[in-house]
Design a protein around this ligand. Structure first.
Ligand SMILES: [Zn+2]
Length: 228
């Protein structure tokens, strides 16, 4: 039932992500709660299983290949192995679900955080695409950062205002190339910086890694250090 909200996602102004690291995850620990949903509306007609992995709820459509599930789990593992605070991961676990979908229907072909249903949507096609480009970007962390940003730094809040100020300053001072993802919106500014800050090695897009972020945009690095 809840995944029917997928159909609303095109209404939301968001927020695309790319890339990840091709490390091979052990296929373990994904406990199946044997809870199933049957979606019978619109073009998307598939069975979704709800699982838990390390505290995250993951909904998986029956046509999603094992490899996509493995990538998702490996990226969650990477978050736990990173310097992200446990309290941050705990907050991120409050996302309603990470939804893995096959995308025979192109309307579902997306990577995004969907604010109405509070779900991270990762489509099979796009996950493969960015994974195969070897951009070394943790998709799951990027999208969960969109969720965390909206929950922790709400509009009108002091931290949101601070982030907005840093974003505007980065644009004004041409800290990054004008067409780079990180300068697209305030939302991408924080999500793309977080993915680089906690990356194992470097990503393929600005600001690439923690050292480079500290050098180019030290106040944003401090913001992440304090709030993630
Ligand atoms: Zn994004």
């Amino acid at each position: 039932m809840k995944t029917i909200k997928l159909f609303t996602m095109s209404l939301v102004a968001t927020i695309f992500a790319t890339g990840c690291d091709p490390s091979d995850a052990e296929n373990q620990g994904l406990e199946n709660e044997s809870q199933e949903f049957s979606l019978e509306e619109g073009a998307f007609n598939s069975t979704i299983k709800t699982n838990k992995y390390r505290g995250f709820t993951i909904r998986i459509d029956e046509n999603v290949p094992e490899r996509i599930i493995d990538i998702t789990k490996a990226q969650i593992d990477e978050m736990y192995n990173s310097k992200l605070k446990r309290s941050t991961i705990k907050k991120m676990r409050e996302v309603n679900a990470i939804v893995l979908i096959s995308n025979e229907d192109n309307s579902l072909n997306d990577l995004l955080y969907e604010g109405f249903s509070r779900e991270v949507i990762l489509s099979k096609h796009n996950v493969f695409k960015v994974f195969d480009r070897r951009e070394n970007i943790n998709l799951v962390l990027h999208e969960l950062t969109h969720f965390y940003d909206q929950v922790q730094f709400p509009n009108g809040g002091i931290l949101n205002d601070r982030l907005l100020e840093l974003y505007r300053s980065a644009r004004r001072n041409k800290v990054y190339p004008r067409d780079s993802k990180i300068l697209q919106t305030k939302f991408e500014y924080i999500a793309t910086a977080v993915e680089a800050y906690f990356a194992v090695g470097s990503t393929t897009r600005e600001p690439f890694n923690k050292a480079s972020l500290i050098e180019k945009d030290p106040e944003l690095a401090k913001f992440i250090e304090a709030n993630f």
